[in-house]
Design a protein around this ligand. Structure first.
Ligand SMILES: Nc1ncnc2c1ncn2[C@@H]1O[C@H](COP(=O)(O)OP(=O)(O)OP(=O)(O)O)[C@@H](O)[C@H]1O
Ligand SMILES: Nc1ccn([C@@H]2O[C@H](COP(=O)(O)O)[C@@H](O)[C@H]2O)c(=O)n1
Ligand SMILES: [Mg+2]
Length: 190
């Protein structure tokens, strides 16, 4: 059984940055759904490349069969680890239902780390990210925020009802955010 922490928050809230630090220090493996999709988009011979790029530019969500298989394959390929940080997933109802169907009996969701951050700060961070992402532009960001508000936030609310959400405000410095995130992991592993 794989231990899983879902990491959610608006685009640019710092999910990737914080997950990299947790992976470095706490023996969890970071799996970013967005990174896995971008790698699949680039893979020679992939039948999903054009579909993935279209969703990424539009800030819409790729069908779960594709994303969940990428996540499960990455988990299988990892050795013996404490758990997985599943960053940017589940993003909508389709992701949630597909995960439940595919991963039942294979993964245990420990909690959901919710990095909350005001949208204008998030947008500014994405526009200054400098990684050449095809969705770090004003037009795509508007759609990504809309998708977050209408499709992803309700998923966070769903987990909130089961008491699984641990919110950390991420508009502060990386070190301050990370210090609070470590406390969340310490409390959960007691
Ligand atoms: N606490 C912070 N303070 C200032 N800048 C930050 C902070 N956290 C992350 N950043 C910067 O903001 C940008 C976005 O961060 P990151 O890629 O971690 O966000 P994300 O939530 O993974 O975004 P996305 O959902 O678009 O993948 C990066 O350039 C990163 O260096
Ligand atoms: N579960 C997911 C995660 C991501 N996507 C698509 O990738 C884009 C970028 O995701 P980031 O987490 O790296 O910001 C996102 O806007 C979606 O188009 C997805 O479809 N499903
Ligand atoms: Mg990211």
């Amino acid at each position: 059984m794989h231990n899983v922490v879902f990491v959610l928050g608006p685009p640019g809230s710092g999910k990737g940055t914080i997950c990299a630090k947790i992976q470095e220090n706490l023996n969890y493996v970071h799996l970013s759904a967005g990174d896995l999709l971008r790698a699949e988009r680039q893979r020679e011979g992939s039948e999903f490349g054009a579909l993935i790029e279209s969703h990424i530019r539009n800030g819409s969500i790729v069908p779960v069969e594709i994303t969940c298989s990428l996540l499960e394959n990455a988990m299988k390929a990892s050795g013996d680890v404490k758990g997985f940080l599943v960053d940017g997933f589940p993003r909508n109802e389709d992701n949630l239902q597909g995960w439940n169907k595919q991963m039942e009996g294979k993964a245990l969701v420990q909690f959901v780390l919710f990095l909350s951050c005001p949208v204008p700060i998030c947008i500014e961070r994405c526009l200054n990210r400098g990684q050449g992402r095809t969705d770090d532009n004003e037009e795509s960001l508007k759609k990504r925020v809309e998708t977050y508000n209408h499709q992803t936030f309700p998923i966070i609310e769903h987990f909130e009802k089961s008491g699984l959400v641990r919110e950390v405000k991420s508009e502060r410095s990386v070190d301050e955010v990370y210090a609070d995130v470590v406390k969340v992991f310490e409390q959960d592993n007691q």
